[in-house]
Every structure is written in structure tokens, then in C-alpha cells.
Design a protein around this ligand. Structure first.
Ligand code: HEC
Ligand code: HEC
Ligand code: HEC
Ligand code: HEC
Ligand code: HEC
Length: 294
């Protein structure tokens, strides 16, 4: 069995010719990065809506191919009730994070809120990419999946490619690095920077409150559980507006303050998304200057 897996992998590897390397030695994305989350790296089916794109079968040893983009993060029914994120489908296990807590901070720091924990459910490298509460189809729901990854449950899924589910190792982002590090194996891009881990001390702080004073811009927009910079003045929190989330400890910076995991068009509907899932392009440090007066 192992020999045939190896043979398959060798065949698959041979199909992926190395692409022209970028300056940093990394490979460019095959996704269009426009139109839909389906055309971004957050499409864990690894199939592009508009044709082309990376070959999904190659990843069927590492994660279930649910054939639907949203399912890796959301479910229409039976969502994870342990976290306040819309219809969340992912396992969110209890994890302690080492917080950015320098004495230079003016305010207190609290543990990451839901709008960070959702991201960390993949980016901390602790939970399998395909660890969901409710797989597509009926009778594929397991309540304990809300907080605990159960591989026996996940292995009941059948990939359309026909690759035996018993060969699927339900990789965490850390394990995806066996190919997705630099130099990547078989033409896989380098994902090392996306592996944030549980030590958040070298990342922009989350769980911090916006101080007042001359060093800070004040968000004027008010929405349910959030404050935002109302760039277009329409009184609504638009996806291209940097924001603070209030999960009961006052408005705080979370991952989704700066990032939108679905991609935000930079020049009106249908245009190219801001790079790295930013809410606005960070050209000229615009993201930083939304909050910091520097
Ligand atoms: C056996 C090696 C291997 C492993 C392990 C692996 N991948 Fe890949 N991955 C590849 C290769 C090769 C490509 C490029 C495929 C192509 O260009 O068609 C790729 C492409 C991708 C892409 C598209 C990149 C882009 O922007 O074009 C994503 C997203 C991705 N993989 C996610 C994952 C995730 C998540 C895991 C872990 C669950 C994973 N991969 C594990 C080999 C691997
Ligand atoms: C990689 C994970 C991921 C994928 C894939 C994903 N989402 Fe989301 N989605 C999130 C997160 C995280 C939030 C919460 C954002 C926040 O904190 O403000 C969210 C919020 C939402 C919201 C409510 C807030 C908003 O931003 O509008 C809607 C609606 C939504 N998602 C729809 C979808 C649909 C439809 C799809 C599939 C086409 C999808 N999402 C795919 C992660 C994802
Ligand atoms: C279902 C798992 C999953 C969830 C949930 C998720 N991500 Fe990702 N994310 C990935 C994978 C896989 C990649 C590809 C790795 C890479 O690009 O280096 C990625 C890539 C990224 C990238 C880099 C994109 C690029 O173009 O290089 C950013 C930024 C990012 N995610 C931010 C977030 C944020 C913020 C959230 C929460 C709002 C989030 N992600 C939620 C799996 C996830
Ligand atoms: C204050 C704004 C801000 C916050 C908060 C923030 N990020 Fe980012 N993040 C950025 C910017 C800006 C970049 C782009 C850096 C670059 O282009 O080199 C980035 C890059 C990334 C990348 C891509 C790394 C790479 O080079 O591939 C990932 C993944 C990511 N962020 C995830 C997260 C997660 C998860 C959180 C929460 C723990 C988070 N971010 C919180 C601003 C932020
Ligand atoms: C959503 C608002 C927001 C955005 C956008 C933002 N920051 Fe911050 N930043 C904060 C808050 C709030 C703190 C914590 C301030 C405190 O408690 O003193 C902080 C802290 C910091 C610190 C640590 C300061 C210290 O005293 O240790 C640095 C450095 C920093 N930010 C740089 C950046 C950079 C660079 C960017 C752009 C990539 C950025 N910030 C984007 C709100 C933001």
C-alpha cells in the first residue's frame, strides 16, 4: 500500500514542472485573486471557479476535498456554537496563545477574540485544514468536532478522486509544510509565513484596545459589536473598512480588523483583490496609517 502511494506521489510530482521562481525563490499563486473567495488561496478545494488553477487531486492525501469552498469555514446548519463567528464550521480547540504583551503598550491585552480565533483555527497549525463539524451531505455531523478533532469521523469522507480516505493524513498547516516550505517540493509555493503558530509575540498585537490621544485616529462608525473607520461615510461597516471588534471587552484589534478572509476588490466589484487578504491595499502603509498617526 505504501509503495503504491509513493508511486502515485512520484507520478504526481513529475506532472508539476517547476515554475519561474520569484525574487525570493517562491512561486506565484495560480489563483486569479479576484471575483470570489473561490479564486483565492482560501479555496481549500484547490480548484478555481473560473477554470485552471492548481491541481486538487495532489492534495487529496492531505485533506478531504469537500468540493465546496465555503464548507471549510462555514456550514448552513449545525454550526459551531462555541464561537461567535457566522455559521462557523471549523473545530476551535482550547489553545493558549503567548500574547504580544510588551511594556511599551499603553493598554491591556486580552486573549484573541472570535474574529482572531477563527483564523487561528488554521493558521496556528494545530488543527487539520478539513476538521469541520458538518461535512457536506446528510448524517455527516459530529457535535464533539466543535472543540475536538476526530480523524475517524473525518475519514468517513470519500474524495471524488477516489483516493482511499485511509491514505488521508488530515494535515494541519504545520504538516502542509512538508511540501509548502522553501524550496517547495514538486512545485508547491512557500507557506511558511502563513504558519503563525501559537506564539503571537512576533505578530501585530491582537486583543489590544485602541488608545485615545494624538497618536491615534478614532473610528467614527458604530455597528453591532464593532467600531469602524467609515471611509465612505455611509454609516455601514463595509468590507474595505478597517475595524475593531467588541466581544465584551471593548473594541479591540483582531485578525479580521485588517484582513477579510474572502478578499476585497481594490477598484470596485470584480476588480483584483488587495494582496494578502487585506481590507485595503497597504501601499504607502495605508493599513497602518488607518489607526496609527505616525
Ligand atoms: C505532497 C506535497 C503537498 C502537500 C503535503 C500539500 N501540498 Fe498544497 N500543493 C502542492 C503542489 C505541488 C501544489 C501546486 C499544484 C499546481 O500548481 O497545480 C500545491 C498547491 C496548493 C495550493 C494552491 C497554491 C496557489 O496559490 O496556487 C494551496 C492553497 C495548497 N496547495 C494548500 C495546501 C494545504 C492547505 C496543504 C495541507 C493540508 C497542502 N497544500 C499540502 C503540494 C502539496
Ligand atoms: C478560509 C475561511 C473562510 C472561507 C473559505 C469562507 N469564509 Fe466567510 N467568513 C470567514 C470568517 C473568519 C468570517 C468572520 C469575519 C470577521 O471576523 O469579520 C466570515 C464571515 C462571513 C460572512 C459574514 C461577515 C462578512 O464578512 O460578510 C459571510 C456572509 C460569509 N463569511 C460568507 C461566506 C461564503 C458565502 C463563503 C463561500 C463562498 C465563505 N464565507 C467562505 C471565513 C471564511
Ligand atoms: C480553513 C483554514 C483557514 C482559515 C480558517 C483561514 N485561513 Fe488564511 N490561509 C489558509 C491557507 C491554507 C493559506 C495558504 C497559505 C499561504 O498563502 O501562505 C492561507 C493564506 C492566508 C494569507 C496569505 C495569502 C497570500 O496571498 O499569501 C493570509 C493573509 C491569511 N490566510 C489570513 C487569514 C485570516 C486573517 C483569517 C481569518 C479572518 C484566515 N486566514 C483564515 C487557511 C486558512
Ligand atoms: C494591524 C493589522 C493586522 C493584523 C491585526 C493582522 N495582520 Fe496579518 N498582515 C497584515 C499586513 C499588513 C500583512 C502583509 C505583510 C506583507 O505584505 O508583507 C499581513 C500578512 C499576513 C499573512 C501573510 C504572510 C505571508 O507573507 O504570506 C498572514 C497569513 C496573516 N497576515 C495572518 C494574520 C492572522 C492570522 C492575524 C491574527 C492573529 C493577523 N494576520 C493580524 C496586517 C495585519
Ligand atoms: C485597527 C487599528 C490598527 C491598525 C490597522 C494597525 N495598528 Fe498597530 N496597533 C494598534 C493598537 C490598538 C496597538 C496597541 C497599542 C497600545 O496598546 O499601546 C498597536 C500596536 C502596534 C505596535 C506596537 C507598539 C508597542 O508599543 O509595542 C506596532 C509596532 C504597530 N502597532 C505597528 C503597526 C503597523 C506597522 C501597522 C500596519 C501594518 C499597524 N500597526 C496597523 C492598532 C492598529
Amino acid at each position: 500500500m505504501f509503495r503504491s502511494l509513493l508511486a502515485l506521489l512520484t507520478v504526481a510530482t513529475a506532472q508539476f514542472m517547476p515554475e519561474p521562481a520569484r525574487a525570493d525563490g517562491d512561486l506565484p499563486t495560480k489563483f486569479l485573486n479576484q471575483g470570489s473567495v473561490g479564486n483565492t488561496r482560501h479555496n481549500l478545494t484547490q480548484r478555481q471557479a473560473a477554470g485552471g488553477g492548481p491541481a486538487s487531486i495532489f492534495m487529496d492525501f492531505t485533506r478531504n476535498d469537500y468540493g465546496q469552498v465555503c464548507v471549510y469555514c462555514h456550514t448552513p446548519h449545525g454550526a459551531n456554537t462555541t464561537i461567535a463567528v457566522p455559521l462557523w464550521n471549523r473545530t476551535v480547540r482550547a489553545t493558549s496563545y503567548t500574547l504580544y504583551n510588551q511594556s511599551s503598550l499603553s493598554g491591556d491585552v486580552v486573549a484573541p477574540g472570535p474574529n482572531s480565533l477563527a483564523c487561528l483555527s488554521c493558521h496556528d497549525g494545530q488543527t487539520a485544514m478539513d476538521s469541520v463539524v458538518n461535512m457536506p451531505g446528510s448524517g455527516r455531523y459530529l457535535e464533539s468536532q466543535m472543540t475536538t478533532q476526530n480523524n475517524a469521523f473525518l475519514t468517513t469522507w470519500r474524495n471524488a478522486s477516489g483516493i482511499s480516505p485511509s491514505l488521508n493524513s488530515h494535515n494541519t498547516l504545520s504538516q502542509c509544510m512538508s511540501c509548502h516550505s522553501n524550496p517547495g517540493a514538486g512545485g508547491a509555493a512557500d507557506f511558511s509565513a502563513a504558519l503563525i503558530g501559537t506564539d503571537l509575540t512576533n505578530d501585530h498585537p491582537v486583543g489590544v484596545m485602541l488608545p485615545t490621544g494624538e497618536d491615534w485616529n478614532e473610528p467614527t462608525g458604530i455597528a453591532a459589536g464593532a467600531r469602524f473607520f467609515d471611509a465612505n461615510g455611509d454609516g455601514r461597516m463595509n468590507s474595505n473598512e478597517i475595524r475593531f471588534y467588541d466581544s465584551g471587552n471593548g473594541p479591540r484589534v483582531e485578525c479580521a480588523s485588517c484582513h477579510d478572509p474572502h478578499g476585497v476588490p481594490m477598484g470596485g466589484p470584480g476588480s483584483q483583490f488587495a494582496p494578502t487578504f487585506m481590507r485595503i491595499s497597504n501601499s504607502g502603509s495605508a493599513v497602518c496609517l488607518a489607526c496609527h498617526v505616525k
